[in-house]
Design a protein. Structure first.
Length: 237
């Protein structure tokens, strides 16, 4: 795993990979800013409607109730928007950038690795969408645990590590591994893939560094996946 991270660092500082760095995260920010611009008022009004029971309205008054509704939405957005932006950036990277990254790394470091194409473009898109939706659901379900100190520190790493594993493991191996080989690697090296995902998650949660995290994470999974596939085939000769 350490070698994969070192090779990902080396490849990251090439012109082709640096050209991929900003647009997944910027694209995600623009998307959610666009949606927020058009749906913010509806969100606040919907919350006000839910809170506008006669007793509460009589107790607080229209002005205070409106302010509390807007404040509640703001707090909710502070908890929900960062994972939305980050997961969308990872989703964009997995679907659009990973094929470019895989082709670059495979030609440079693993030209001898036979491509058995156990995955597909459709499978990659489906895997990415399903993983992202599951991640967001898990994030929402675990929000109450954020009231405690330790879970608030550990949960983002564990959840983002899981998302990285689910997103990038498939795409890193889709072109080279057969379906049988992919299943074998999942059983034999599943823990290592997850630890690699958690290592990438530590970068994703640091401001400014999270700008480079999607591409760097993808590169590390490509190197690790191809290396593990090569070892698997060597042991089966």
């Amino acid at each position: 795993m350490g070698e994969a991270l070192l090779k990902a660092t080396r490849d990251f500082f090439t012109a082709r990979m640096l050209g991929l760095v900003l647009w997944p995260l910027l694209g995600s920010i623009l998307l959610w800013s666009f949606l927020g611009h058009f749906f913010w008022s509806d969100l606040v009004n919907g919350l006000q409607h839910l809170a506008a029971v006669p007793a509460l309205k009589n107790l607080l008054g229209d002005r205070l109730l409106h302010w509390l509704s807007a404040f509640s939405v703001s707090i909710a957005l502070l908890l929900i928007v960062p994972p939305l932006v980050q997961s969308t950036a990872l989703l964009i990277t997995a679907i659009v950038a990973m094929p470019v990254m895989l082709e670059y790394v495979a030609q440079r470091d693993y030209p001898q690795l036979e491509r058995r194409k156990g995955g597909s473009v459709t499978g990659g898109v489906w895997n990415a969408l399903a993983a992202t939706l599951a991640y967001l659901l898990l994030w929402l379900l675990t929000l109450p645990l954020w009231l405690f100190g330790i879970p608030a520190i550990i949960l983002p790493v564990l959840l983002n590590g899981w998302l990285n594993d689910r997103l990038f493991r498939y795409d890193a191996l889709a072109q080279h591994a057969s379906r049988e080989e992919y299943a074998l690697l999942r059983r034999r090296a599943g823990g290592s893939f997850y630890l690699l995902g958690c290592s990438a998650a530590l970068i994703q949660l640091v401001p400014l560094l999270n700008l480079i995290a999607p591409v760097y994470s993808g590169l590390s999974f490509i190197h690790f996946g191809c290396a593990e596939l090569g070892k698997l085939r060597a042991t089966r000769l």
